[in-house]
Design a binder for this molecule. Sequence first.
Ligand code: ADP
Ligand code: MG
Length: 243
Amino acid sequence: MSTLLRAEGIHKSFGERAVLRGVDVDLARHQVVALIGASGSGKSTLLRCLNLLEPIDDGQIFLDDEDISDPRVDANRVRARFGAVFQSYNLFPHLSVLDNVTLASRVVHRMPRREAEARAFDLLERIGLAGLARQHPDRLSGGQQQRAAIVRAIATDPEVLLLDEITSALDPELVGEVLELVRRLADDGATILMATHEMAFARDVADRVVFLDAGTIVEQGPPAEVLVAPREPRTRAFLARFT
Ligand code: ADP
Ligand code: MG
């Protein structure tokens, strides 16, 4: 399998606080990697560093063998190769669902509106949201909003999808529909790095699970090993909270 995204020796501090302390992580094309760890362990920071939303203090990040952590790199061009969805407030409240989904295609990728909208309708149709395309996000349920946010993230055909606890803010009955969409994307061959507390989903869908604790990767491997028979005491202690 060819490596698409590779980070080596990532260090990141906020003031005195070292949040990432030498993180190595990689992601092969079409792979789904679940990033697990307690709140505050550095998951979101890592994801934000990978798509250059946050500058790193040390280390290197390669996307398709290009060193994207090189300061001379055009960060906007690199970010356009990622799709990202966060816990909440993903959609612009003042834009319709359709405009949310087409914005990056039109503005960043300079796709003609007609073409961007046709593609957006097609994507929204597939998840049953085409009928809500002209609505503003506040007319959608939390689950519909997150699904629309995922569609917005994939509308530009990103090479890597970064998903940061995208179901954590949802009512429990809405979690399933969002995870189902992620599962479909994974089945269709998307390359996904997702921070999640959904252990059953990670076990089912992820090719690899990475356990982050206090800014270092303590253990990683196939879900059947890391989630079912973890080797490290810290992984065991973390997982015990979910049973
Ligand atoms: P996680 O996503 O695993 O919960 P985060 O990456 O959000 O962890 O946070 C890791 C640590 O970094 C936390 O202690 C958090 O308070 C701190 N942190 C995150 N972002 C910032 C920031 N912009 N400024 C200062 N501290 C931050
Ligand atoms: Mg987080």
